[in-house]
Design a protein around this ligand. Structure first.
Ligand code: DC
Length: 194
């Protein structure tokens, strides 16, 4: 069976948590596509060459979740050749046997426009910055500024900007518990699987 769940949204909206929970619940494979861009961003050197030669070791680095890696990812993600180099891997992952969940910015719009389920997971910048701050610590105002800066860049780039697909179901997690957000996402998947 092939079944693709596309989960897009801005930084720290809860995509990762929801994606992992959906994948576990339905036995689907999960790909965090942000990790691909983070790995390219932290690799250094020419980002296009880095994207074309990405290895499993690059994806296993333990510094991919830092704020710096997020900013570096957002910067290399504006380069069309970088996006192009990562596209086929993501599409193949999406069509694997047994079902797949991909989370990112352009999964429902560009990578998998025919995905069986498309979710757009969002929350206010303040709520997202607070969650990121709980994860990484540091200066809260700085974390909020970085979240806003990354939103700005991700939403306004020319190639595959962050936006909900026309047929995406929006889940705003600003005032939802993790359990409620996961339940809403799982209900959408269950409805399409029937
Ligand atoms: O989801 P994340 O915070 O790990 O993503 C890091 C950056 O990578 C994000 O700011 C923009 C980029 N990205 C992208 O352009 N397209 C994706 N599908 C996933 C991430």
């Amino acid at each position: 069976m092939m079944f693709t769940v596309a989960i897009d949204g801005p930084a720290a909206a809860g995509k990762g948590t929801i994606s992992r929970a959906v994948a576990a619940r339905f036995g689907f494979a999960h790909l965090d596509t942000g990790a691909l861009y983070r790995a390219v961003g932290v690799k250094g050197g020419d980002p296009v060459a880095a994207a074309r030669s990405l290895s499993p070791e690059d994806l296993a680095r333990d510094d991919l979740r830092t704020l710096e890696a997020g900013q570096a990812a957002s910067k290399v993600a504006v380069i069309p050749e970088v996006r192009q180099a990562l596209l086929e891997f993501q599409r193949e992952f999406a069509r694997r046997e047994g079902g797949a969940v991909l989370d990112g910015r352009d999964i429902g719009t560009v990578i998998c426009p025919a995905a069986e389920v498309k979710l757009f997971v969002t929350a206010s910048p303040e709520v997202r910055a607070h969650r990121r701050w709980l994860e990484v610590g540091g200066d809260a105002a700085q974390v909020l500024a970085e979240v806003k800066e990354r939103d700005e860049r991700d939403m306004n780039r020319a190639d595959a900007p962050l936006k909900p697909a026309a047929d995406a179901v929006v889940i705003d997690t600003s005032t939802l518990s993790v359990e409620a957000a996961v339940a809403a996402a799982c209900a959408e998947v269950a409805a399409r699987l029937r």
